[in-house]
Design a protein around this ligand. Structure first.
Ligand code: ADP
Ligand code: MG
Length: 238
């Protein structure tokens, strides 16, 4: 499960309408990338879906249920931020266990999920280290591990790689794509990086000032950009 629909969703901060009425459907299992320049509303959209912000109008549904009836913890969504937000004084194992511990999950189930996530992310040898003893890429993997153990209906990534250097970004892109292939879980991935969008997405949503300029596969956007903005952003030859 992991079908997310936005029906005329709007968001205002004071007098500023940051998201004008917006419709979008994200299918179960899709890898959807929100791309657009800084300030266009990508993070706001993700935070609305996650329930970290309330919509000003319209409705978000998650697997058919109105999000307003689902408190953030019940939405089955796991968010991964660019700042990994790891606890420096805790081991990797404890960092990954934290959300499960908070949820009161039995210890054996916690251990099973940690071992599984560590295998998927190649962190098995690092479980007893602290975040300070890890590389940037490893820290990002721990942050993803903390999302995986929740077995979410969808992962929400907000520019997860923007703190990493260029070489590491390429590797982590492959790792996240591989994770998607393996789990087949819905992923919504926010970036301002065209290369990330073009190489990772099943479906790209191009945003400009809170509005959707175009939705399509990377190839569709490349071949038939709807306007100059999309063409410029996608690097289309038009
Ligand atoms: P992006 O993630 O695409 O860079 P954001 O979603 O962070 O863009 O921001 C979209 C717009 O909403 C920006 O103009 C930003 O200043 C504004 N905004 C975001 N969060 C708030 C807030 N909490 N209060 C007021 N304005 C906000
Ligand atoms: Mg942002």
């Amino acid at each position: 499960m992991g079908r997310i629909t936005l029906d005329k969703v709007t968001k205002r901060f004071g007098d500023a309408e940051v998201i004008p009425p917006l419709d979008l459907t994200i299918e179960d299992g899709e890898f959807v990338v929100f791309v657009g320049p800084s300030g266009c509303g990508k993070s706001t959209l993700l935070r609305l879906i996650a329930g970290l912000e309330d919509v000003s109008g319209g409705e978000i549904r998650i697997d058919g249920t109105a999000a307003t009836e689902l408190p953030p913890a019940k939405r089955g969504l796991a968010m991964v931020f660019q700042s990994y937000a790891l606890y420096p004084h805790m081991s990797v194992r404890k960092n990954i266990a934290f959300p499960m511990k908070m949820a009161g999950m039995p210890k054996e189930e916690q251990e099973r999920r940690i071992d599984n996530a560590a295998k998927v992310l190649n962190l098995t040898d690092y479980l007893d280290r602290r975040p300070g003893q890890l590389s940037g890429g490893q820290r990002q993997r721990v942050a993803i591990g903390r999302a995986i153990v929740r077995e979410p209906a969808a992962f929400l990534f907000d520019e997860p790689l923007s703190n990493l250097d260029a070489a590491l970004r390429v590797g982590m892109r492959l790792e996240i794509s591989e994770l998607h292939n393996r789990l087949e879980t819905t992923m919504i991935y926010v970036t301002h990086d065209q290369v990330e969008a073009m190489t990772m997405a099943d479906k790209i949503v191009v945003l400009r000032a809170g509005k959707i300029e175009q939705v399509g596969t990377p190839l569709e956007l490349y071949r038939t950009p709807r306007n100059k903005f999309v063409a410029g952003f996608i690097g289309s030859p038009t």
